[in-house]
Design a binder for this molecule. Sequence first.
Ligand SMILES: C[S@@+](CC[C@H](N)C(=O)[O-])C[C@H]1O[C@@H](n2cnc3c(N)ncnc32)[C@H](O)[C@@H]1O
Length: 902
Amino acid sequence: MGKVKGKHRLDKFYHLAKEHGYRSRASWKLVQLDAKFGFLRSSHSVLDLCAAPGGWMQVAVQRVPVGSLVVGIDLVPIAPIRGAVAVQQDITKPECKAKVKRIMSDNGCTAFDLVLHDGSPNVGGAWAQEAISQNALVIDAVKLATQLLAPRGTFVTKVFRSQDYESVKYCLSRLFEKVEVHKPAASRSTSAETYVLAFKYKAAAKIDPRILDVKHLFQGAIEPPRKVVDVLRGTKQKRFREGYEDGDTTLRKVSTAADFIWSDSPLGILGSVTSISFDDPASLPIKDHALTTEEVKILCDDLRVLGKQDFKHLLKWRIQIRKALSPSVKAEATTTGDVDNENKENEEDKILNEMEELTHAMERKQKRKKKLIAKRRAKEKARKMQVDALEDGYTDNELFSLSAIKGKNDLVAVDSTEFDEENGNVGDSESEEPREETQQESSSDVDSDEERRRYDEHMEDLLDQAYEQFMSKKEGSAKQRKRAKRLHSEDIIEGGDDDEIVEPDYDSDKDLGDQEANPLMVPLDDGEGPTQEEITNKWFSQDIFAEAVEDGDLEMSDTEDEMKVAKQEKKLRLPEKAKEKAENRNVAVASNRTQNQASKKDDFEIVPAPETDSSDDSSDDELDDYKKAEILACAKKMLRKKEREQMLDDAYNKYMFHDEGLPKWFLEEEKRHRQPIKPITKEEVAAMKAQFKEIDARPAKKVAQAKARKKRIAMKKLEKVRKKANMISDQTDISDRSKMKQIEQLYKKATPKRPKKEFVVAKKGVQVKVGKGKVLVDPRMKKDLRAQKSAKAGKGSSKKGKNVKFQKVFGYLMMVSNGSHIPFGMGLLCKLVTTTRGSNLRHEPSLRSESTTTLSTLLGPRPQGCTKGTLVFGVLQAEPNAAACRRMALKRNSCTSNNLKL
Ligand SMILES: C[S@@+](CC[C@H](N)C(=O)[O-])C[C@H]1O[C@@H](n2cnc3c(N)ncnc32)[C@H](O)[C@@H]1O
């Protein structure tokens, strides 16, 4: 390996490595490779082949996840590194694999995620030999890696760019999914080494042994094609990608300056050598020539660091120096008599000149391209500015002012004007001639058709906008003109012969002499404007005034009146009342007309009083209701598919087309006689209205809720009372009488107290407030009513208060059944009272027994068709003691059986 000797090998990476405590400057190579590809952070086990002195191992330990396994192997011993295992082994020997396997099993590792190889054989000597051994060592490392690497693992190796470089790459590409090549900055540019990174190990079950056989791999099995580097096209790095020529034992390849200057293929020399020297005697005149500047000499010193421009510079220098030295060459040629050689050189010169010209042409083209781009940008900017100006309401008066075009002649001139696309100016076609050249020149770099079309469209839009603005302005000014005209004529009338009135500017249009009018300037109105009367008629002919006119316009013609009334009448199918109203209105209009005609004669107008009839609102409401009912009736019908379809079919009628331009008389007739037949009957509408009424009559939800609440509370209360009553009646230590009293009190408390009616007798001159519970009574009427009642009831009956008495009696009537007595429910008692009115039943406490139960429990389900009273009677009869009970009851209460037949 051609090692760099001396002090300059101690470069920045050497110092940096020292500074960071790395054992070798090679550490930076791994750092840079990892920075680019990031393979260390995901590797949990790393095997570093040829690791001494351990710089890569240090980097690996730093960058792998905590707890990862790092194993380093080298021929020479590696000083221990914390977090890594060092092994002294030859990687080409099978013992190495066994040793590593042992370490792996000791650390619970089955395979390595990453295998690194930075080996360099310690052979020394010729570079070619070194390169071969190096790449052979790489294949050994690959072989070991295939045995220890985990599937989808990574392999990083140093490779020498020699004839076997491609073979190594091929080998790796067969074993791995992806192969990358990278030469880190830390790797000296003078070194032929580079790094190959192979990702995603395929881990094939069987590997073709030829792939890993150095002999097979390197001896012509894969012959990488050699290329001559094109220095003008290829990049500097690319020149050496393919490696060094076979048999090239040195990195440095020198050509003499004379060879380069007088060579047939200067480009070939530039592509194959590393420097041009001036040391040989043939090159001395070149070296001493004025054209050979210091810069040229530096460039010639190391060709590998040169760029395209540098090579061009060298080629130019070659041409110049050839020209400068050619007489002496010629003389030499004459002396030698080598005419062919001279011809050859001339040809070469030609080629070089052509090359130079081509380069210049390319440069010119480049410049033109740049210029064109700049022009296009400027044009775009100008367009944008124009649009912005338009949006801001600004228009170029000169460009868009139609008033500038005074007549047809001007317009023709404008039409014939060509548009200068390049500059965006409108100019005369004649004046374009001098520009022809410019246009032609620009035609080579003209915009595409598409762009031109877009630009045309854009300009058209701009013109349209400008024209619209102009028209709107013109419209405004026309109105102003009319107003001015009117004022002017008034002034004339008022001022008589005022000679100082200056004609307004608008008339100047007419004074254009023999020029025809500008066809773009279309007058907004032809001739005189409409009269005031016409304007008024037009205004009041709008629909919104139709009704108002109908109601109140006294000057309406007879036909119009009738028509409007008829229209009103037939507008909707008015209910009868609405029709009546319309008729009345008709009559009113007729009478108004008569009045008006009469008043007209007297030169005064009778204004009809506004209708104050309150029925108006109600009739409107009615109308609304009717409409609503109609709509809902329709909607109800439409719920059924068949009827809906029928309605839709029927909807296709002659009214749906909104024909225009029909004669007026025809339309009137149609309105009067051709009303669309609605798909609903009067009955249906009436039914819908009834439904509305019913809905309206329903109590408000809140009221219903309050009532239900009240009822629920009352029921609860009653239930409580009933329980208490049962408890009282179950008591044995108190008499039945006191039980009854207690129960009576309970029920009394439970029944809601109604406010007593307060009768207030009205007195003369005293205002009495009547309200809740207060009844205003006329003393006379009160007396009369009392007398009437007593007369009706018979003498003394009013005192007994029959109804009240019966209610009381029955309220505590007990029914005997099965030896138990039952308190009747209030509802049943009321029923009994009403049905036995007139009887004289009284309470009989002796009929009661000890236990009580509810009526429903005893009676069971009520027989069909029976009232409550009937059931009671049935029970009385059915029970064992019922007959006796009944007899007793009848006897004691002296009522007949008829009275109890309920
Ligand atoms: C450039 S050094 C490696 C530097 C290392 N990567 C570092 O960062 O410190 C090359 C190493 O390869 C080792 N080597 C060469 N042939 C080997 C072989 N057959 N087996 C093991 N190591 C070998 C040499 O001993 C030498 O230490």
